[in-house]
Design a protein around this ligand. Structure first.
Ligand code: 3EB
Length: 347
């Protein structure tokens, strides 16, 4: 750690404020034992890889069973020292550059779900402001029963309305301030929200093949989904990272290729490629297409499609790219899969 005589962190560009890893239980134990990196947050999918009762840092267990390979957890770490705080069910960790947080609700019920979302988002936005990390870059939203109907809306549409209201109350006009996001249905357990925010803004990216989600027509719900297609962030002067939202087989605003998982995968990959190439051209990122993907999460509605999807995706990617396949409910009934990615310049 680089600390000068005044105890102030030097701005060594070699220090990494935010690192991501998908680790199996042995790698997780090693990481916890050697203590070289501080934990920002720890997200488990399906069965947790360890007992989390005594854990002080932000963490969540998401009810999305993993497919293929040995189960892994998503771990966010930092080379910088981290401070932890808790505000009820909102846990945060920050290191003067980045803030990582979770909101969990173990009791699960979707009663008053819209209130829960609005309240969660307003608390997150106000904590980010008071702690001095006012720019949310990336948010994950996982909740069970995403297709359940309440008063003529499905739960995803209710989620979108609650999120929209909180953003509007906090920011007023919010379009330029939206983080990238995923909003995906878990198959059991309670809702979990987690997020990354920074002291300095990232740059929002859209996809020219797709209508911006915040401009979707009202046939998808009374309030549009509020997220950017991707966020580009240069941490200090160092590595540029592109955080790509959950991306599906959507062109314009319409779902494409219903009932055809292979064609949905191909369409989704076209969308991902356009986002990566766009950031390379317009943000000056040193990306090399899919070779620059550092992490990939693939949400699959029907586990029976796993073989087909994974065997079709594998040849597109270098084999060492960490991937997490999760069983999940996608927010539109006609979508069979969704993929999110982190893309990074090589350090
Ligand atoms: C889409 O493109 C697919 O509401 O936060 C993907 C990523 C989707 C994020 C969200 C929704 C969200 O509309 C669904």
């Amino acid at each position: 750690m680089n600390v000068n005589e005044a105890g102030i962190l030097s701005s060594d560009p070699g220090l990494r404020p935010l690192e991501l890893a998908y680790v199996d239980s042995r790698q997780l134990a090693t990481l916890l034992r050697d203590g070289r990196q501080s934990l920002l947050g720890e997200i488990h999918f399906g069965r947790p890889l360890r007992v989390l009762d005594q854990v002080a840092h932000p963490h969540a267990v998401v009810g999305m069973p993993q497919l293929g390979g040995s189960p892994r957890a998503e771990v966010w770490t930092s080379d910088l020292p981290v401070t932890y705080q808790r505000h009820g069910n909102l846990a945060i960790a920050h290191n003067r550059e980045v803030l990582f947080g979770t909101i969990t609700c173990p009791d699960g019920g979707t009663d008053q779900f819209e209130w829960f979302i609005r309240d969660s988002y307003s608390r997150v936005l106000s904590v980010l402001r008071t702690e001095g990390y006012p720019y949310p870059l990336r948010m994950w939203n996982y909740f069970p029963g995403i297709a359940d109907m309440i008063d003529g809306l499905d739960l995803y549409q209710v989620f979108c309305r609650g999120r929209f209201q909180a953003l509007e109350t906090h920011y007023g006009q919010f379009e330029g301030r939206l983080p990238s996001a995923s909003a995906v249905g878990s198959v059991d357990g309670g809702p979990a929200i987690y997020f990354i925010a920074a002291r300095e803004p990232g740059r929002n990216r859209e996809n020219p093949r797709q209508t911006s989600a915040y401009h979707y027509p009202t046939k998808y719900g009374p309030r549009s989904p509020s997220f950017a297609r991707a966020t580009f962030k240069r941490w200090g002067t160092a590595r540029g990272c592109l955080y790509i939202s959950g991306t599906a087989s959507i062109v314009g605003h319409e779902s494409m290729h219903p009932d055809d998982p292979a064609a949905q995968l191909d369409e989704t990959l076209r969308n991902l490629r356009v986002l990566i190439d766009g950031a390379q051209r317009e943000e000056g990122a040193n990306f090399h297409g899919f070779d620059s993907i550092s992490h990939l999460k693939i949400y699959i509605r029907d586990p029976a499609h796993f073989e087909l999807i994974s065997s079709r995706l594998a040849p597109e990617l270098s084999p060492q790219i960490p991937q997490l396949y999760l069983t999940a409910e996608i927010c539109r009934r006609d979508l069979l899969l969704e993929i999110e990615a982190v893309v990074q310049e090589r350090s």
